[in-house]
Ligand binder design. Structure first.
Ligand code: AMP
Ligand code: ZN
Length: 113
């Protein structure tokens, strides 16, 4: 399967990793929109939010369980941060592998869009 984030997981495409375990990977976004901008992805390919099911939802819970730890690594846990997941065309999803943006390190816009 031709998937950019699967290639990052395999190491075929380099990334700046900030957290990794057997099931998830967090790495710096190549085009940061805030001074801290990290993507958290499941290692198992899921195309996006619309593909979350009761069979694979455990990994989504795992990602959210790890966010406090990952944001501590990024030193934004106490200052605050935003978690974003874009879905589909209107949501401006550009990579079809489920991912959660962590944005922080500065005061973010009060506008969500
Ligand atoms: P989205 O637009 O929500 O699908 O998010 C995809 C994100 O992947 C964008 O913020 C891109 O900047 C980021 N991105 C694309 N290619 C790479 C890459 N090779 N390494 C790190 N981040 C990437
Ligand atoms: Zn993938």
């Amino acid at each position: 399967m031709d998937c950019l984030f699967c290639s990052i997981i395999s190491g075929e495409i380099p990334s700046t990793k900030v957290y990794e375990d057997d099931e998830i990977l967090a790495f710096k976004d190549i085009n940061p929109l805030a001074s801290v901008h990290v993507l958290i992805i499941p290692k198992k390919h899921i195309s996006g939010i619309n593909e979350i099911t009761s069979e694979n939802a455990e990994i989504v819970a795992k990602i959210f369980t790890k966010i406090p730890e990952i944001t501590r690594i990024l030193s934004v846990n106490e200052s605050g941060y935003r978690v974003v997941s874009n879905c589909g065309k209107d949501g401006c999803q550009s990579v079809n592998h489920l991912h959660f943006h962590i944005l922080g390190g500065e005061k973010l816009s009060e506008k969500m869009c």
